[in-house]
Write a protein that binds this ligand. Sequence first.
Ligand SMILES: Cc1cc2nc3c(=O)[nH]c(=O)nc-3n(C[C@H](O)[C@H](O)[C@H](O)COP(=O)(O)O)c2cc1C
Length: 332
Amino acid sequence: MQINQNARLSVAPMMDWTDRHCRYFHRLLSRQSLLYTEMVTAPALVRGGAMHLLEFDPAEHPVALQLGGSDPQELSQAARLGADAGYDEINLNCGCPSDRVQSGTFGAVLMKDSALVSECVAAMIEASDVEVTVKCRIGVDDQDPDQVLPEFLSRVAAAGCRRVIIHARKAWLQGLSPKENRDVPPLDHDLVLRMKALFPGLHISINGGITSLDQARGFLEAGLDGVMVGRAAYHHPAEILCAADRVIFGAGSDSDPVEVARAMIPYIKAHIAAGGRLHQVTRHMLGLFAGRPGARAWRRILSEGAHRPDAGPKLLEQGLEQIELAPGATAV
Ligand SMILES: Cc1cc2nc3c(=O)[nH]c(=O)nc-3n(C[C@H](O)[C@H](O)[C@H](O)COP(=O)(O)O)c2cc1C
């Protein structure tokens, strides 16, 4: 299936970060990588009728919708809505530790109830004909990952899920903030490699602490099927995505960050014409030139200017001048 190929490299679902503007921008950087939405809760879709949360630009394909929830009936309805909206994959969040999410029995707390997760997955598969996947942790709290994770994976596989993404650290449900839960529990990448050996038929993507394309390629060469990158792709999008089509997918040439910034202009004009604001798009582009001469001026111009009520795409041109005129710019 093509989407399993795209899943060789994916950009992680990140609340408040991977919104549709961010995904459109990332898509210009890499044609092939799989993109994920922020988590949308099944109740918000089914009970709240928050259908605007499903809107996306056709250019974003291949794009996966991440759902949060734990009620099989609700998740099946939400999965159907997502499939009808045109998403290429529906993903179930079993990794998010935030309080709000715990209170509704979503996210990482589901690592404690693999029977319920398998019911949810079966219901979602039944309801839609797009790929249903699961993103999980290696365990929570005092669970023993070596025991819990194989059991969890065999249950979701038995329910019909053929692809999982494993964030290679535990979530601690008490005492850590969501942010700390992405840094404090230690990473165990080897455990994910062992899971691939145990479940050779399951498509397994590794996630957590991956900061370069070389590292991503290393995991693929070690036998994993996919690599999901979160914060590094957001903060250093060019470093992770510009060469991804060539390095990870062996197809296509590298994208050029300056051309990508220019290619965002028509999109930004349309967004502003529809009543949107410049900063809603450009806030995702601040790291585009990270590590290059002029990067700091680019970031400053966008972050200081994009909030002004009359701010428009001209600001991007001003920022780009700083990149093109920076001393040493041609050497990079
Ligand atoms: C700001 C932010 C928001 C996140 N929101 C979600 C989310 O909605 N769903 C989810 O499964 N994971 C979420 N995550 C976790 C990431 O998907 C990923 O698993 C985690 O950041 C580890 O990968 P990384 O080390 O490559 O960043 C979020 C992470 C960040 C930084």
